[in-house]
Design a protein around this ligand. Structure first.
Ligand SMILES: [Mg+2]
Length: 97
């Protein structure tokens, strides 16, 4: 299951990033923003614990692990987006020189 090749496969990475972005958009639509680092940490840990529950099963289900890992990544992105978003400069904006 683990990728052995050490060179980034951009298609594979793009598909994963798209999945994480979809999860982030759904979370933003459904739940209030993270108000603090403590709240964000707790949300990420909850998702990480759910991933661990899937990983530690004797019979692992790749789809369930993928779902939980995607949620971990999306909540880490949400931490950056909500808690630290103001401090992260956008790489490109049409109105910016
Ligand atoms: Mg979850």
């Amino acid at each position: 299951m683990a990728v052995q090749n050490r060179k980034l496969d951009p298609d594979r990475a793009y598909n994963i990033a798209q999945e994480v972005l979809n999860e982030l958009a759904a979370a933003i639509a459904e739940h209030a923003p993270m108000h603090s680092g403590h709240e964000g940490y707790a949300v990420i840990k909850e998702e990480l614990d759910e991933l661990w529950e899937e990983v530690r099963k004797k019979k692992q289900h790749p789809d369930r692990m993928r779902k939980e890992a995607t949620q971990v990544a999306a909540m880490a992105m949400r931490f950056l987006y909500d808690v630290l978003g103001a401090g992260i400069p956008a790489p490109y904006h049409p109105d910016r020189p």
